[in-house]
Write a protein that binds this ligand. Sequence first.
Ligand SMILES: [Zn+2]
Length: 182
Amino acid sequence: MTAFKFCPRCATPLADREFAEDGGPTLRLACSADACGFIHYDNPTPAVGVLLEQDGEIILARGAGWPDGFFALITGFLERNEDPIKGVIREVKEETNLDVIETNIIGNYIFERKNEVMLCYHAIVKGDIKLSPELAETKRYQPHELRPWPRATGFAVADWMKSRGLEVTFIDRPLINVQPKN
Ligand SMILES: [Zn+2]
């Protein structure tokens, strides 16, 4: 699945073309004009995911338009040339009004469905919550009450729990197809 039909350089239609690469012949979407040479590599997009902690409690958020009971990390895309930690601080402020006072990397996780790499952090925060229109509500949990979902940022929650010596019980839940608007 790709969003691109035309070459972003010369507007010629893109087509599947075979390229000789180290791993063998590889089909890639590429410009059909020989003189152009554009290849759509479809590289993943990096994004940050943040597990918020305030006064020993974890705060998860439900996105606007998500079903009831679906809570997850604060997430957002990095700006051009933005340091990931600065991106964490900015996204948390924009979406919740909370101030990040400490960050710890949890790890990097592949979000296959959206072709993203989530750089996931645990962040200690202070302040009062004021939600942006992107979020519907937040919910506070004791760390041991967290029930991670077996996808992308859910694995970050599980790894953070393990790092605290907590027992992890995954819950499954359907994919969320309703996306909040930017
Ligand atoms: Zn082209």
